[in-house]
Design a protein around this ligand. Structure first.
Ligand code: NAD
Length: 411
């Protein structure tokens, strides 16, 4: 099953339980606009390299479209389309005034110099600047992109449109960024882990956690879970997994990665396992925080964790979701679990439009407020309607977008 089919499957499953006409369903599921551009740049050695860039703008009923920009060799239109739709439901679940979009370039950033990455980013902006902007569509970091990429994006955009810091979020704090944006997705995962544990009357100190992916989201999630006394026993990156049944020394692992441009390669204070093994470890909480599509019909039955928090976008394919449902595995879905990032992005956009710098405490407090309210509404609905947390989150999201669509009028 392709990525967009999976998102569509979850949409349909929730829509089937709602009072939505066939025509409105089709309208909500269809992306507004799909952009594909050539990104041709000169490499450091003088050769010409040509990449393909995408931006899918899924829905703008509730506000400007919002979504990350991914640099990864496997990026394609189907994946970006699926991620754009997820953003529409995600911004609606946490009730911030945005629609959904997503972008990406099919490129392996680890094989490029910083200069080449900057040229690719600026070229991409040259191609799409008329179709994005603070009131239209606002990119942010995702896999393979970071605050530096956002700074280049803003700088290039402002050459065409003048001063416009709100054209992207996730910028460096020194350049109109928000204190606490970088940690926000991982912090949100930590907040949700704590809330889930409380609801299930489980002690954090007796909850063993495995995290796949040790980038922006995985590292911050590890840090917050460790600070909340969860027992993080395994982490991984593209080089493989690192497992210590008695609990990893999380500050030491974070420091190790920090000193090696984020890589865990060569870490010896833990048993070396594969990424596939990490997903099947005997743990209480599994947090996929890297790629989509990693929990499949093939491995789902072997996943032992009774709790899964989807920090990554789209980590669970529908066949795996059905197996988890049947077995009573609790899955906190991506459209809620990783919404801390877009929520803090919204605060950054508000800050940029107010021209008034927010402080870290305010960001953390308001993040906690928005995410807690979203968690409670999804949990309540799931209990009332006796559906999974994923279906409940989709019902909340689709309901808000659907009502706004009808209220605003379609003609
Ligand atoms: P990142 O680029 O900072 O880190 C990605 C991590 O995944 C790295 O540790 C990398 O080594 C690892 N990885 C790459 N390929 C892998 C593989 N095949 N197996 C195992 N690990 C692999 O990315 P990120 O920003 O942390 O994003 C991770 C996930 O979280 C993505 O699915 C993204 O869409 C989602 N997400 C990110 C944000 C955000 O604010 N950054 C917000 C919401 C959702």
């Amino acid at each position: 099953m392709k990525a967009f089919d999976a998102t569509q499957y979850y949409f349909d499953r929730a829509a089937n339980l709602m009072d939505l006409s066939e025509n409105i369903r089709r309208l909500l599921a269809t992306p507004k606009r799909e952009i594909q551009v050539q990104v041709a740049v000169e490499r450091d050695n003088g050769e010409v390299a040509t990449f393909i860039g995408y931006r899918v703008q899924h829905d703008n009923t509730r506000g400007p479209m919002k979504g990350g920009l991914r640099y990864h060799q496997d990026v394609d239109l189907d994946e970006v389309r699926s991620l754009a739709a997820l953003m529409t439901w995600k911004t609606a679940v946490v009730n911030i005034p945005y629609g959904g979009a997503k972008g990406g370039i099919a490129v392996n950033p680890s094989q490029l110099s910083p200069w080449e990455l900057e040229r690719i980013t600026r070229k991409f902006v040259d191609e799409i600047h008329d179709l994005v902007g603070p009131d239209t569509d606002i990119p942010a970091p995702d896999m393979g992109t970071n605050a530096a990429v956002m700074a280049w994006f803003m700088n290039q955009y402002s050459k065409y449109h003048g001063f416009a810091p709100a054209c992207v979020t996730g910028k460096p704090v020194e350049l109109h960024g928000l204190p606490g944006r970088e940690e926000a997705t991982g912090r949100g995962v930590g907040i949700f882990a704590y809330k889930l544990a409380s609801r299930l009357k489980r002690k954090p100190s007796e909850t063993r956690v495995a995290i796949q992916g040790f980038g922006n989201v995985g590292t911050h999630a590890a840090k917050f879970l460790h600070e909340s006394e969860f027992k993080v026993v395994a982490v991984s990156d593209v080089s493989g997994g690192y497992y210590r049944p008695g609990g990893l020394n999380v500050p030491a692992v974070l420091q190790y990665a920090l000193e090696r441009q984020g890589h865990l390669t060569g870490y010896t204070e833990a048993e070396k396992i594969t990424n596939a093994q990490l997903l099947e470890l005997d743990v209480d909480l599994l947090i996929p925080a890297a790629l989509g599509g990693v929990l499949t019909a093939e491995n789902a039955a072997r996943v032992k964790a009774p709790l899964i928090i989807e920090a990554a976008n789209g980590p669970t394919l529908p066949e795996a979701d059905a197996i988890f449902d049947e077995r009573g595995t609790i899955v906190l879905p991506d459209i809620l679990a990783n919404a801390g990032g877009v929520t803090a992005s919204y605060f950054e956009w508000v800050q940029n439009r107010q021209h008034y710098q927010w402080g870290l405490n305010r960001v953390r407090q308001e993040l906690d407020h928005v995410l807690s309210a979203a968690f409670e509404s999804v949990w309540e609905l799931a209990s009332q309607r006796k559906v999974s947390l994923r279906t409940a989150a989709y019902i909340v999201g689709i309901g808000r977008v659907g009502r706004a669509t009808i209220l605003g009028g379609i003609l």
